[in-house]
Design a protein around this ligand. Sequence first.
Ligand SMILES: *[C@@H]1O[C@H](CO)[C@@H](O)[C@H](O)[C@H]1NC(C)=O
Ligand SMILES: *[C@@H]1O[C@H](CO)[C@@H](O)[C@H](O)[C@H]1NC(C)=O
Ligand SMILES: *[C@@H]1O[C@H](CO)[C@@H](O)[C@H](O)[C@H]1NC(C)=O
Ligand SMILES: *[C@@H]1O[C@H](CO)[C@@H](O)[C@H](O)[C@H]1NC(C)=O
Ligand SMILES: *[C@@H]1O[C@H](CO)[C@@H](O)[C@H](O)[C@H]1NC(C)=O
Ligand SMILES: *[C@@H]1O[C@H](CO)[C@@H](O)[C@H](O)[C@H]1NC(C)=O
Ligand SMILES: *[C@@H]1O[C@H](CO)[C@@H](O)[C@H](O)[C@H]1NC(C)=O
Ligand SMILES: *[C@@H]1O[C@H](CO)[C@@H](O)[C@H](O)[C@H]1NC(C)=O
Ligand SMILES: *[C@@H]1O[C@H](CO)[C@@H](O)[C@H](O)[C@H]1NC(C)=O
Ligand SMILES: *[C@@H]1O[C@H](CO)[C@@H](O)[C@H](O)[C@H]1NC(C)=O
Ligand SMILES: *[C@@H]1O[C@H](CO)[C@@H](O)[C@H](O)[C@H]1NC(C)=O
Ligand SMILES: *[C@@H]1O[C@H](CO)[C@@H](O)[C@H](O)[C@H]1NC(C)=O
Length: 366
Amino acid sequence: MSASTGREMRFLSSLLFAYCLCLSFVSSQVTLLPNDTVSVCEGEIQAITCNVTGSVLIWDDGNNSTSFSSGNTIPAELGPFHLVLLSHNNGTVVSVATVNVSTSINESTLECRNTGFKNSSIRQQISFNVKHTIPISYLHVNAVSSDTLLIIWTGADCIQSYDVFINGTNVNTTSGMSLLYNTGGAIGSIDVLVNSVDYYGRAVGNLSTQYQFNTHDFEVKAIVCNNTSIIIAIKDNYINHRPVPLSCKLIVSNLTQSSSSMDCLYERLFIFTNVTEGDVYNYTVTITNVIGSAVKNGSIVLPVQVCPSQAPNFYSTLMMSQQSLCLSDTSTSTSTTTSNRPGGSNCVLPWIFGVVAGTVVVSLFI
Ligand SMILES: *[C@@H]1O[C@H](CO)[C@@H](O)[C@H](O)[C@H]1NC(C)=O
Ligand SMILES: *[C@@H]1O[C@H](CO)[C@@H](O)[C@H](O)[C@H]1NC(C)=O
Ligand SMILES: *[C@@H]1O[C@H](CO)[C@@H](O)[C@H](O)[C@H]1NC(C)=O
Ligand SMILES: *[C@@H]1O[C@H](CO)[C@@H](O)[C@H](O)[C@H]1NC(C)=O
Ligand SMILES: *[C@@H]1O[C@H](CO)[C@@H](O)[C@H](O)[C@H]1NC(C)=O
Ligand SMILES: *[C@@H]1O[C@H](CO)[C@@H](O)[C@H](O)[C@H]1NC(C)=O
Ligand SMILES: *[C@@H]1O[C@H](CO)[C@@H](O)[C@H](O)[C@H]1NC(C)=O
Ligand SMILES: *[C@@H]1O[C@H](CO)[C@@H](O)[C@H](O)[C@H]1NC(C)=O
Ligand SMILES: *[C@@H]1O[C@H](CO)[C@@H](O)[C@H](O)[C@H]1NC(C)=O
Ligand SMILES: *[C@@H]1O[C@H](CO)[C@@H](O)[C@H](O)[C@H]1NC(C)=O
Ligand SMILES: *[C@@H]1O[C@H](CO)[C@@H](O)[C@H](O)[C@H]1NC(C)=O
Ligand SMILES: *[C@@H]1O[C@H](CO)[C@@H](O)[C@H](O)[C@H]1NC(C)=O
């Protein structure tokens, strides 16, 4: 072989090499889905697809690498990744890597390339941020109609599904974070429990609540002050969750117009100054929610003796100039626990009304 042919050959081969290099740069493409940094949950099976235009596909986990081509189609393992070739035709190679996510892959990187030469290759990377399982931390039940409850929960992460139990029976398993439950007409105390299940299928925590699917629970007190005014106070019993009141009506005979009533939905404290000594005033409070109406009534008689000065309380400040309060309670409501003590003073310290005035209005808007 002459020197000139040798030069020609070298020239040709370098030309060919440059052409191939150009070709690979121009036409090759690597698409990794997903790519960049992904947040994944412990126990989740994560699949990563790589699509290479070219004849070879390389997976690299930083320690080792595996390649796929028309001549290399056998599934392989790369650390925790299971690799399979999906297709190799028309100049594209497609492969899927699956991994059973555990903390061992946290912050690790998986790369897909189009050649074995790392530096001259076209490549895409994915790195993993492994999240831990957190069960729900908030559960709320709310009636949306007379036979439907909306159950809502939040605070969870990396939970595969939630088992919802009503009165101990699993009524639904969902990956969502709310459930509309039809009670089928049942009312009363309903136990709601939501169980969080992780990606391994393990129950990792639960939260429960007891919902009082019933009419509103409240008490009414009527207080006579100084023989010149009557206070009507409505106190909600918030021991358990119940459907929110939709309306509240207060009627006091001779003090409110008989045909109309006073709206006590947002205000639970009423002071009537247009009273007449010696009269009997009957009061009725009706609170309605999606289940129905609850009624409490009673009678208040004037006059009532003026009490000696008693312990300071909310009403002392409320009534400002007045030094004492009298309670004349002949309420007929079932919740009444106080009664006039025979022969003695019928002065009874009223409730702690700070709760009534403060909480009631707020809780109505929740
Ligand atoms: C990276 O992933 C996004 C979607 O997560 C996709 O739209 C995009 O094409 C990917 N980029 C590459 C270069 O693979
Ligand atoms: C791979 O990429 C090529 C070109 O971008 C596209 O035509 C083909 O549909 C892709 N295949 C898969 C399985 O994503
Ligand atoms: C790479 O190898 C080192 C040492 O064997 C190991 O600690 C590391 O987890 C490996 N990385 C991957 C991504 O497998
Ligand atoms: C590369 O893979 C081989 C076979 O799976 C394994 O024996 C070796 O430890 C791996 N190297 C690293 C650095 O992880
Ligand atoms: C290859 O591409 C041609 C046209 O681009 C198409 O008709 C043919 O179905 C493709 N083959 C495969 C196996 O995808
Ligand atoms: C994922 O790993 C866990 C623990 O190593 C194992 O119990 C589970 O069966 C694996 N899941 C799958 C789908 O391989
Ligand atoms: C569970 O709840 C979902 C959404 O409310 C509903 O589509 C599905 O039918 C329910 N499944 C059962 C078994 O009740
Ligand atoms: C749940 O049980 C209580 C009694 O324990 C009952 O009053 C209520 O109606 C039940 N609720 C449902 C939806 O079955
Ligand atoms: C309440 O009674 C006291 C004396 O018992 C009297 O001094 C005061 O003026 C009365 N207040 C009103 C508002 O009538
Ligand atoms: C109270 O109302 C009743 C019936 O509406 C009426 O008969 C009575 O006279 C009224 N009393 C006063 C003091 O207004
Ligand atoms: C008595 O007072 C209340 C409010 O203080 C008022 O709504 C009502 O109309 C009054 N009743 C009469 C008969 O004036
Ligand atoms: C008040 O109630 C009593 C008994 O509940 C009743 O006898 C009386 O007529 C009522 N008075 C008014 C004014 O409604």
